[in-house]
Structures are given as structure tokens and as C-alpha cells.
Ligand binder design. Structure first.
Ligand SMILES: Nc1nc2c(c(=O)[nH]1)N[C@@H](CN(C=O)c1ccc(C(=O)N[C@@H](CCC(=O)O)C(=O)O)cc1)CN2
Length: 294
């Protein structure tokens, strides 16, 4: 049976480390980290993620700056808000919740975030540096950073291992594969055009599943003892629940946990780490700026 990696517990440990550092920063410089959370529109899932981020800031002593724009906000209006946040010295990190409404070009908005405040790590220059050998971005994207932190804290080494990333999104799959490559894994990405992905996944010592397809990865696809990190959060109907639905990952947990060496659950695996890595990036950005200016 696989060891189940408790992302909630790991996230809690890291959050209390962050809270300690925030206190120290405040005692030494009289300043606290500031995070601007920008949301456009009323998507229920985005509202819920943004709520988690703002609540976590309050719990850790990070000041949050809340920008809530209507669904119809124009690209120019969003960018104007980003420029104001870039100029605000109390804001050390800016995140624009994704996805943005269809009429807005996400890349145009993300490119306007100051590189030194890009705590999501989605600015094309930060992603570009992530892709270059010998260069390091100022910030690493939160979900992939959380996946590697879970591996490291579970004692899973990456160097020289075969790693397979399932999915190639800008938010998770692509940056996760670049991070694994930087950590000296041999990396393969499988995606919707890959034929017989199971044959590739079966060779993997480490699997990061970020395809967005409920229970797609089966027990017979997994090499015995592999580490399986499940980024999927798919809601499926469940009439036994009051809400009428429940969250499942991209991995068939019941089957895969019988074969793998390590596995993350959904919920309670990678999800809590995404928010925690955002707080960590904000702290790191604030420390860089505050220490430089004092
Ligand atoms: N600007 C960004 N937008 C989005 C990102 C991101 O990193 N930056 N990632 C995702 C959504 N996301 C954060 O924004 C996120 C997803 C999941 C969770 C989480 O804690 N999930 C829980 C379950 C929560 C629930 O019950 O609904 C879990 O898996 O245990 C946090 C944040 C897209 N957009």
C-alpha cells in the first residue's frame, strides 16, 4: 500500500514557518508582506480559491489588498489596476486569479505584472527563465512548486529519475515539467495527442497528473513503488452528499494506492500546497524588497 502524502498537514507546517518569519520581519523593519489578489467576475470556483487566499493571508499576518472587478471589466481596466498595484510600495505580490473572462487576453494582463511582484510566476519572462539552464526565475509557479515540496518532504529524490507529467497547461503541466528537468529528472510530457499514454506512464518513477480528467490514471498504468502526485480537482455528481457533488483527482486513488509507493489524495493533497506556496512566494518577495530598501 502506498504512503498517503498528507498535503494539508505539510501545508500547515509550512504556514506556521511563514507566520514566524512574518513576525520577525515586522519586528525588525515594522513592515509586513502585502499580497494583492485580483479577481474578475463571479466564477464560483475562482471566488472560493480567492476566499482561501485572503483568509490564509489574514491568518499569517500578511496584508491582503482585495481587487474585485466585474465580469465586464475591460482588459485596459484590469491592466490599470495592475499598474496601480505595481506602484504601491506596500504590495509585494500581485496575483490575478485565472481564468479571466473570455474577452480578456490573459497574457496581456500577466505581462504587465512587475517581475518583482509576480508571485504566481506566470510572467512570460519568469517562465522563460524557468526553461533556461543555469537561470532561475524570481518566483516559481505555486502548484508545481507545491508538488516538488511534497516530494522532497516525503523523501522522494528526483535526480536521475524518470518523471512523467500528464498535461501541458501553462499553470501546471508545463512549469512542472520544467521544474522536474531543473531537478535533473528525465522528463516526458504526455497530453491529449499522445497515443497509449499508459505505456509511457508505466515507465515513470514519478508521475504528476494534471490532465483534468477524473480518475483517468489506473492502477495498471503505474510502476510499483512510483510516487504519484495528483493535481486534478474534478467535481463529480454524488447524490449522497448534501452539495450533490464531490471532488476526485485525475488518479483512480483506490486502484493506484495499491501499486504506488507514495500518493497524494484529492482533496487534501496538492490543493492546500498551492495556496501555501503563494504565501511563501509573497514572503520571499517581501523579504527581498524590504531588506534591499533598509
Ligand atoms: N492565478 C492563479 N489562478 C489559478 C491557480 C493559480 O495557482 N494561480 N490555480 C488554480 C486554482 N487554485 C488557486 O488559485 C487552487 C486550486 C485548488 C485549491 C485547493 O485547496 N483545493 C482543495 C479542495 C478545495 C475544495 O474543496 O473546493 C484540495 O485539493 O484539497 C486551492 C487553490 C486555478 N487558477
Amino acid at each position: 500500500m502506498a504512503t498517503v502524502i498528507d498535503g494539508k498537514a505539510v501545508a500547515q507546517t509550512i504556514r506556521s514557518e511563514i507566520a514566524d518569519e512574518v513576525r520577525l520581519l515586522s519586528q525588525k523593519y515594522g513592515k509586513v508582506p502585502g499580497l494583492a489578489v485580483v479577481i474578475v467576475g463571479n466564477r464560483k470556483d475562482s471566488q472560493s480559491y480567492v476566499g482561501m487566499k485572503r483568509k490564509a493571508c489574514a491568518e499569517l499576518g500578511i496584508k491582503s489588498f482585495d481587487i474585485d472587478l466585474p465580469e465586464e471589466a475591460s482588459e485596459a481596466e484590469i491592466i490599470k489596476n495592475v499598474h496601480e498595484l505595481n506602484a504601491n510600495p506596500d504590495v509585494h505580490g500581485i496575483l490575478v486569479q485565472l481564468p479571466l473572462p473570455k474577452h480578456v487576453n490573459e497574457e496581456n494582463v500577466l505581462t504587465e505584472i512587475s517581475l518583482t511582484k509576480d508571485v504566481d510566476g506566470f510572467h512570460p519572462l519568469n517562465i522563460g527563465k524557468l526553461a533556461m539552464k543555469g537561470r532561475d526565475p524570481l518566483f516559481l509557479p505555486c502548484t508545481p512548486k507545491g508538488c516538488l515540496e511534497l516530494l522532497s518532504r516525503s523523501g522522494v529524490s528526483i535526480k536521475g529519475k524518470n518523471a512523467v507529467v500528464v498535461g501541458r497547461s501553462n499553470i501546471v503541466g508545463l512549469p512542472a515539467s520544467l521544474l522536474l528537468l531543473k531537478a535533473d529528472a528525465t522528463v516526458t510530457i504526455v497530453h491529449s495527442h499522445t497515443s497509449q499514454p499508459e505505456n509511457i506512464i508505466r515507465e515513470a518513477d514519478i508521475v504528476i497528473a494534471a490532465a483534468g480528467q477524473a480518475k483517468m490514471i489506473k492502477g495498471s498504468w503505474i510502476k510499483p513503488g512510483a510516487a504519484v502526485i495528483d493535481v486534478g480537482t474534478n467535481s463529480v455528481d454524488d447524490p449522497t452528499r448534501k452539495s450533490g457533488y464531490r471532488l476526485v483527482g485525475d488518479v483512480d486513488f483506490e486502484e493506484v494506492s495499491k501499486v504506488a509507493g507514495w500518493i497524494t489524495p484529492v482533496p487534501g493533497g496538492v490543493g492546500p500546497m498551492t495556496v501555501t506556496m503563494l504565501l511563501k512566494n509573497t514572503l520571499e518577495g517581501a523579504k527581498r524588497t524590504i531588506e534591499q530598501n533598509n
